[in-house]
Design a binder for this molecule. Structure first.
Ligand SMILES: Cc1cc2nc3c(=O)[nH]c(=O)nc-3n(C[C@H](O)[C@H](O)[C@H](O)COP(=O)(O)O)c2cc1C
Length: 391
């Protein structure tokens, strides 16, 4: 995994994001409640790439809330340190980015314009924001202005648009490029799609044609290394962003590195390997939560079904693992699994995590009537940052 491939076998050249060079052109998608320093460590141990923290709101960062400071925590050996910021107000975004760079807390800053959650879009944030072109431009401009003197690259992550009648990604991609963003990533769904159906990779190809001077990253429905290669082949993207596919499968990053280096090795973990990873993940979580074992192990509950997908584990044991609160109980439950079970193949692969059905996106009243922004709307938008989390 650590050998250097020669350029002839590499599928893509290293990803260049401003001054950063990422040898394996793979990005761990920011996922609220998942991609904290503990999970990122597990993923990093398997393969190269850029590992993005879960999103933090610019308001919470500026206020230095305890939770926001935890979200932007990186282990001392984590390089580059990547943070994702969400915001709707250029001034607050600017202040948050200034804080990150002046205090040397990040080497890369990604901006979230992809969140489809109604409580965010109802206030004009996330995936519906690029519809207001000037506001989008001002936010990217503010972030780049603050980060540039410190040579910290700013990237943009977005969806295709609000719905099929209100697509924003081509305009937004070109605007981000003009404003000095170092890369753009497209989750090839609209806000209305939520997580349903299949991602429309053809939109990634169109974005790649529109944005020519910075890397274009493709995102959506990469469940295996083969999917990643297929996305590159079909879209011409410069790198891939992987979210749900690595939930309960941090070893996917090893597969991805091998695939991009032209090797066909793939991880085939036995249930014993999976159980060991669950326990290690839990221990890392305890240290991430400063020794708060109850909080850490409870946070692990949601990961159990992902880790065990396809393995021969009965309903009773699965339920107990989903209710676990201490490391001792977790150890006992893991020890009672049929640990000699081999890798189950296809049953452990494929779609996992958030899915759902299409939803008509909630937008502020009159939002779709015009792409311009009014002072009244701007004032209301600032509220959109309050109590936001999730992607
Ligand atoms: C549980 C969860 C949390 C997410 N949180 C964020 C987030 O904080 N910021 C963001 O930009 N996207 C977030 N997303 C979206 C992912 O980054 C990614 O764009 C999406 O899952 C599509 O990629 P995938 O098909 O590889 O999962 C989240 C997705 C999930 C499933």
């Amino acid at each position: 995994m650590t050998s250097t491939p020669d350029s002839a076998t590499r599928v893509l050249p290293p990803l260049r994001i401003g001054p950063l060079e990422v040898a394996t052109p793979v990005v761990l998608a920011p996922m609220a409640g998942i991609t904290n320093a503990a999970f990122r460590r597990l993923c990093r141990e398997h393969g190269g790439g850029l590992y993005v923290a879960e999103m933090v709101t610019s308001r919470a960062l500026v206020e230095r809330t305890r939770e926001s400071m935890r979200i932007i925590h990186h282990d001392p050996d984590e390089k580059p340190r990547s943070v994702q910021v969400y915001g709707v107000d250029p001034a607050t975004i600017g202040a948050a980015v200034r804080m990150l760079v002046e205090e040397d807390r990040a080497d890369h800053i990604d901006m979230n314009f992809g969140c489809p959650v109604p409580k965010v879009t109802r206030k004009g944030g996330g995936a519906v924001l690029p519809w207001k072109r000037d506001l989008f431009r001002d936010i990217v401009r503010a972030a780049v202005r603050e980060a540039a003197p410190f040579d910290v690259p700013v990237t943009v992550k977005m969806r295709k648009g609000i719905d099929d009648d209100h697509l924003t990604y081509l305009d937004a991609g070109r605007m981000a490029e003009r404003e000095g963003a170092a890369a753009v990533a497209l989750h090839a769904r609209t806000a209305a799609d939520f997580y349903s159906g299949t991602a429309d990779w053809s939109a990634i190809a169109r974005l790649k044609e529109a944005v020519t001077s910075i890397p274009v990253l493709g995102n959506g429905d990469i469940w295996s290394a083969e999917d990643a290669l297929a996305m590159v082949e079909q879209t011409g993207c410069d790198g891939v962003v992987v979210g749900r596919g690595c939930q309960g499968r941090p070893w996917l990053f090893g597969d991805l590195q091998a695939a991009f280096e032209g090797r066909d090795e793939r991880a085939r973990p036995s249930l014993r390997d999976v159980a060991a990873t669950i326990y290690r993940h839990s221990e890392l979580m305890v240290s991430f939560y400063d020794g708060d074992e109850t909080k850490a192990v409870r946070e692990m509950r949601k990961h159990m079904a992902w880790y065990l997908k396809g393995y021969p584990v009965g309903g009773e044991l699965r339920r107990s693992l989903g209710l676990v609160s201490t490391l001792v109980d977790l150890r006992a439950l893991l020890d009672s699994l049929p640990l000699d079970a081999p890798y189950p193949g296809e049953a452990a692969e494929g779609a996992r995590g958030r899915q759902g059905t299409p939803k008509r996106p909630a937008c502020p009243e009159g939002w779709l009537d015009t792409q311009d922004i009014t002072p009244d709307l701007e004032a209301r938008l600032r509220e959109a940052e309050l109590s936001v989390s999730g992607g």
